[in-house]
Ligand binder design. Structure first.
Ligand SMILES: C[S@@+](CC[C@H](N)C(=O)[O-])C[C@H]1O[C@@H](n2cnc3c(N)ncnc32)[C@H](O)[C@@H]1O
Length: 353
């Protein structure tokens, strides 16, 4: 597991984090205030975009958005490079790790340094450790215990028995572990393209005595049996997928699910507030998340229906403590933050057809 950074590195991380907080908590509200004045209460997206782009705050906001993110990764990379990996690369323990050395990573995945992280999560074991440390900081320092993931499991996943749970795009397993902790009798499977992330996931799950199967597979082709899964889940995966890949992943999820099985995906959705939604789409561009704007433009519920998933809907999610909200609308907040949302659907049963 990654050791704690020393004091000097901690100071650099804190500085990068403070810049990010400044951007989210001071610059974004200033941009919103100024843009609202310029837009004069219209909600027409073109007029709102024009008002935002003409604001004197905008160039600074957009510059700091990208620069502070790059600075964060640099500080995190240096902290990880300074600390040799603690412990052996693979541990004996419960669980299973199946890597596929012949798996060809798709170009849409490797051609982009997603979230501006150099080398992504897939290029080396160090890159996976960098992602692990960055994942805590990138949420403005408020995700030290991965509280969002626990909240998702506790508030957005029905409390009922599951025989098999599959977490698509499981990364280093922080989204997978709460499922095994919550349903110890279920077979829990984490699927990801990135071997380094899966090695870290396996090591951390084994250290926590959680018997999880980690498989290096494309979420479009998991190789698992049809109708063998009661719950398919994914957190922060689908905004990283081109639309055609997202459609294929939903078809695969539907194939895996037993009739009546559940789909629960935590990701982002437009909120209906034109400035906020524009800022999020532009975040995709400034932060190297090229498929995020497409997620905001596509009708995911229609893709679910075409994949054979019934009752598809989005509900808002508040990562500060309430978790899943009962509505599709988000509470008012002044600072920049992710518009978390849960995609819920169910595999059709014969009687639905
Ligand atoms: C933002 S990370 C989220 C990781 C984890 N679910 C979490 O919440 O921490 C997205 C993950 O999806 C994986 N991924 C992206 N496309 C994938 C695909 N087609 N199949 C499997 N994994 C994929 C990436 O390798 C990465 O680990």
């Amino acid at each position: 597991m990654t050791k704690q950074p020393d004091l000097g590195q901690r100071a650099r991380l804190d500085f990068a984090l403070a810049l990010r907080q400044q951007w989210a908590r001071r610059m974004y509200p200033a941009l919103v205030r100024d843009s609202r004045k310029r837009a004069e209460h219209t909600t027409d997206p073109g007029t709102v975009a024009d008002a935002v782009h003409r604001s004197g705050v905008y160039p600074w906001f957009a510059w700091l958005e990208r620069t502070s993110q790059k600075q964060l990764w640099r500080a995190v990379s240096d902290a990880v490079a300074a600390e040799p990996e603690a412990g052996p690369p693979d541990v004996a323990g419960p669980g299973e790790l199946q890597l596929d050395p012949d798996l060809e990573l798709p170009g849409w995945y490797t051609d982009v340094d997603i979230h501006l992280q150099p080398g992504g999560i897939w290029s080396s074991d160090d890159a996976a450790r960098v992602y692990e440390l960055g994942a805590k900081l990138v949420m403005l320092g408020e995700n030290d215990d991965y509280v969002f993931h626990r909240l998702f499991v506790e508030t957005a996943v029905p409390d009922r028995p599951y025989r098999r749970i599959v977490d698509l795009g499981c990364g280093f397993g922080k989204s997978t572990r709460p499922f095994k902790a919550g349903w110890p009798d279920a077979e829990v499977v984490g699927v990801d393209l990135a071997a380094p992330a899966l090695r870290l996931a396996h090591r951390q799950a084994a250290a926590a005595h959680l018997a999880i199967r980690f498989l290096q597979r494309d979420a479009r082709r998991t190789g698992l049996e049809s109708s063998s899964v009661d719950l398919v889940t994914a957190t922060m995966l689908i905004h990283e997928l081109p639309t055609e890949v997202l459609a294929d992943v939903l078809v695969e999820a539907s194939r895996l699910l037993a009739p009546g099985g559940l789909l629960r995906i935590l990701d982002f959705q437009p909120t209906g507030d034109p400035i906020r939604d524009l800022a999020m789409v532009e975040h995709g561009r400034h932060n190297n998340e090229p498929y995020l704007p497409r997620l905001f433009a596509v009708d995911v519920l229609e893709l679910c229906r075409r994949a054979g998933l019934a009752d598809a809907g989005w509900v808002a999610f508040d990562e500060r403590g309430a978790g899943r909200l009962e509505t599709a609308s988000w509470p008012e907040r002044s600072e920049w933050h992710f518009p978390w949302a849960v995609l819920e659907a169910r595999k059709q049963e014969e009687r639905d057809a």
